[in-house]
Write a protein that binds this ligand. Structure first.
Ligand code: HEC
Length: 355
């Protein structure tokens, strides 16, 4: 079936097939790579945010809390501004005003939290246990489904590295009264330095990870398709004007020579007009064109020579025929008899003249 197709169509079909296979393979690899890249990037951003949160926490603990310490101790009224985590959350909320971070959610998932809203759920407990079991693990990321939505998470282990934090998180007796009044004394205490107590985890909807990967994917594939289409069109164009078009007159000539004789006008036409342009080329087709040009000339000359030879042969045959006819007549019995009679008559006349 393919054998019946024209050269340009065959090329287009073949290149198109290669193109589709290439797009499928590279598209698959590309989408995987871009997805990984998007995950890495969002995970990295999450890790930076967590570090930022910790810095805010430290700042509040070192700079702000001492200023409010006396009030915290005496006042029954709880001052959230003195709590490092409160400051960190406020800063994060401010950051979420930013469109880029609006879908980011942050949680201090803790096994024994001060605020019960921070209690780690089953999934987060597993993450914390992974950190506890592998002390070298500095971060974890992946997907989880929550409230029917797929989320991407990026987590970091949490431990207290600064002993001043323990004032409010170790022994309830040391904690400010207002804190005990607000949060109770049953949870959020007994934390130890450098012990993994929880995980700082950032969630974003998985669709956002895929969206950024898809955007890059569409761009790459778009460029890929455009370049390939251009290449196919260009190859078609080059093929048409550099190969198919020049070959046409040669094919016509070959066809003509195989079925018909060539007259001087046609020979001239082929040699000058059709093949003239091709013969001027310096490439392989030019060489072929020159060979064809020479061929037209030779075929024409040979045909002329043949015609003359046939003419000469015809004359020779005519003469031979005449000679044979004469011979035949001479050999016939009637002619022999005539000859004999003539001889006899001649003899008779000569005898009479002698007498
Ligand atoms: C003045 C007391 C105080 C100090 C000092 C303090 N915290 Fe807290 N911390 C609290 C209170 C109160 C909460 C609960 C805040 C809330 O409502 O979310 C809390 C919450 C947390 C949480 C969230 C988990 C939970 O238990 O609810 C983490 C993590 C945390 N603190 C870490 C630290 C670190 C790290 C430091 C030292 C840099 C520190 N805290 C210093 C009082 C304190």
């Amino acid at each position: 079936m393919l054998g019946n197709l024209k050269l340009a169509t065959k090329f287009t079909l073949f290149l198109g097939l290669v193109f589709i296979i290439a797009i499928l393979i590279s598209g698959f690899a590309l989408s995987k790579a871009l997805e990984q890249k998007a995950k890495d990037e969002i995970s990295y951003r999450g890790q930076i945010l967590i570090q930022m949160i910790n810095s805010v926490r430290n700042y509040t603990d070192v700079r702000v809390a001492p200023l409010l310490e006396s009030d915290l101790k005496t006042d029954n009224h709880f001052i959230p501004e003195a709590i490092p985590t409160f400051a960190a959350r406020q800063v994060f909320e401010n950051l979420r005003q930013n469109k880029e971070y609006i879908n980011f959610f942050y949680k201090d998932a803790t096994l024994n939290p001060t605020n019960l809203a921070d209690k780690a759920d089953d999934f987060e407990t597993d993450v914390i246990e992974s950190f506890q079991n592998q002390p070298d693990l500095s971060s974890l990321s992946g997907f989880r489904t929550m409230f029917g939505e797929q989320l991407f998470y990026s987590a970091k282990p949490f431990s207290i590295t600064n002993s001043s934090c323990l004032q409010c998180h170790s022994d309830p007796a040391r904690a400010p009264k207002s804190q005990l009044a607000t949060y109770g004394r049953d949870h959020g205490y007994g934390w130890k330095l450098n012990e993994i107590l929880g995980t700082q985890i950032i969630y974003i909807p998985a669709s956002q990870v895929y969206a950024s990967a898809h955007q890059a994917f569409s761009l790459f594939i778009g460029i890929f398709i455009a370049v390939f289409t251009l290449v196919i069109l260009l190859i078609n164009y080059l093929l048409k004007w550099n190969v198919i078009q020049p070959i046409k007159p040669m094919a016509q000539l070959a066809q003509k020579l195989s079925t018909d004789t060539i007259n001087s006008v046609e020979a001239e036409e082929f040699e000058r007009k059709s093949l003239g342009a091709i013969a001027k080329r310096t490439d392989e087709l030019g060489q072929l064109g020159r060979v064809f040009q020479r061929m037209v000339r030779e075929v024409y000359a040979r045909e002329q020579r043949l015609k003359q030879q046939v003419q000469a042969l015809r004359i020779e045959i005519d003469q031979a025929k005449k000679a044979r006819q004469v011979e035949e007549i001479a050999d016939s019995e009637y002619f022999q008899k005539l000859r004999q009679n003539a001889q006899e008559l001649r003899n008779k006349w000569s005898d009479e003249s002698k007498n």
